[in-house]
Design a protein around this ligand. Structure first.
Ligand code: KG4
Ligand code: ZN
Length: 463
């Protein structure tokens, strides 16, 4: 335990802590140490606040204890939305608040880290307060605080982590550091209580495009990833170049316009046809869209609403054709990934599709077809839980907390020079051998070992 002290005093190190906590004596020690620091007020609300430490007898997260008294605050600031939510152990969402930076996005055509950080800093206190007020609770009623520690923009992650640590220090709450993409996947287990590990997940957002086999909490096998851009980035750039209103972000704008267009009119080619793996590429499709826009002399400076009807028709045709091919690429990769996954884990029954782009109705309908052809079920969280939100962070906090994967409260005064454990580039899983061929080298891109490698290392230490 001693070796953990300097780390725990300055960083969110839930994964380091797991190995230490798993030993029952250490668990007991930690429990006693934490109980002695609990305020009387708190213990009135939670007579056995760390019961879940003792009730989880297996590392399998399909056998989680049902501690419905848990109440967790989730905080998310990894990119351009400031979000907070309060969720109960039984999955009841007590509140959900999102402050969007859509106006900034619309003005600058993308996320500028420094401006995004300022925007998070301006609203974080209010967003968290609103989440608590809507839940009719105060910080003292919470069992733990969960916060995104990566992947994402360092400057933005810092705002959420500092807020979470402040609350956890004042109210002596355990803290759970959450992987943003794991949260996108796990929120599906809040929505569908029958969803058990192992399952497959396609996670599609602005910065990520990953296909994983979710074997257990913290254990992901990466079947495919993007070698350049994610699908959400392609939606956002296409919307910008088509002069669409970006105030709700590019994805919804393209989805809406595509309904009026002819999806067969522009012959875009489907990316990576010759690569028989599950990786993705959207940079080439973006270029194809740009060329098609130039060929039709579309001027993005003229908003769609002010364009003449012929120009509007061209824009709608490009949007529809882009969407058809972008999603066809998803369909082809999912079809292959399902075959691979069933060879590895024949018991798989579900494909989870989550992340901002999963709120798209066309994406859902097409993937539903793929899944049905393969006798699986599609699990898609509702749109408000697909785009970035605090609920998914709180829920992932609950799942990890139940397995004892959390850090104790931070010290009231952080030591000088304290380095926060932020993980801007943090892979979710380890790469599956057959998927490795042309994917960008994760070794050069990664800063932190994957969540899965850390979970496995801690379990190895345990045994
Ligand atoms: O998961 P998310 O909210 O944030 C990230 O983690 O990146 O995903 C944001 C992405 C953006 O690229 C946005 O344009 C896209 O999700 N998106 C959509 C839709 N709603 C959001 N893309 C296509 N259709 C939509 N309806
Ligand atoms: Zn996201």
């Amino acid at each position: 335990m001693a070796s953990l002290v300097p780390t725990l005093s300055c960083t969110l190190s839930r994964l380091n802590l797991v190995a230490e906590l798993s030993h029952s004596q250490h668990t007991l020690k930690l429990f006693r140490a934490l109980s002695s620091t609990l305020t009387p007020h708190k213990s009135l609300h939670h007579p056995t606040p760390f019961k879940s430490l003792f009730s989880s007898t297996s590392s399998s997260s399909n056998l989680v204890s049902k501690d419905n008294n848990l109440v967790v605050l989730g905080i998310e600031t990894s990119c351009d939305d400031t979000a907070a939510a309060v969720v109960r152990g039984d999955g009841e969402i007590l509140s959900q608040v999102v402050s969007s930076q859509a106006d900034l996005l619309a003005r600058y055509g993308g996320v500028a880290p420094k401006m995004a950080e300022e925007a998070h800093s301006q609203v974080i206190d209010q967003v968290v307060q609103d989440a608590l007020d809507k839940a009719n609770l105060t910080e003292a009623d919470l069992s733990a605080v969960a916060v995104t520690i990566g992947p994402g923009l360092s400057l933005c992650l810092r705002v959420g982590v500092q807020k979470a640590r402040k609350i956890a220090a004042i109210y002596q709450l355990p803290i759970v550091g959450v992987h943003h993409m794991e949260a996108h996947a796990l929120v599906a287990r809040l929505c569908d209580r029958d969803l058990q590990f192992p399952f497959m997940a396609l996670l599609i957002s602005g910065g990520h495009n990953i296909l994983v086999l979710a074997r257990d909490l913290g254990h992901y096998l990466q079947l495919g990833t993007t070698i350049d851009d994610a699908i959400g980035e392609a939606y956002d750039k296409s919307a910008k170049w088509l002069g669409l209103d970006l105030r709700r972000s590019g994805g919804p704008a393209i989805e809406e316009l595509a309904r009026q267009g002819d999806a067969q009119s522009v012959k875009f080619s489907v990316p990576m046809k010759q690569h028989k793996d599950c990786n993705f590429s959207y940079a080439g499709l973006k270029t194809q869209v740009k060329l098609a826009i130039e060929a039709k002399n579309i001027d993005a400076a003229i908003p769609y609403s002010s364009a003449n009807s012929e120009d509007q028709r061209h824009r709608a045709d490009i949007a529809a054709s882009f969407q058809r091919v972008a999603v066809l690429h998803l369909e082809e990769r999912c079809e292959r990934a399902i075959q691979w996954a069933l060879e590895i884990e024949p018991s798989i029954k579900h494909l989870v599709v989550s992340g901002g782009v999963a709120s798209n109705q066309y994406v859902r309908a097409r993937l539903h077809e793929v899944v049905a052809r393969n006798s699986l079920q599609l699990v898609c969280p509702p749109p408000s839980l697909c785009t970035d939100n605090g609920v998914m962070i709180a829920w992932t906090g609950i799942e990890n907390f139940r397995l004892g994967r959390f850090d104790p409260p931070p010290p009231a005064i952080e030591p000088d020079g304290c380095q926060l454990d932020l993980r801007p580039r943090w892979p979710l899983g380890e790469e599956y051998g057959r998927g490795r061929s042309i994917a960008r080298s994760m070794r050069t891109a990664r800063i932190h070992p994957s969540l899965t490698a850390l979970t496995q290392a801690s379990q190895y230490k345990e045994s």
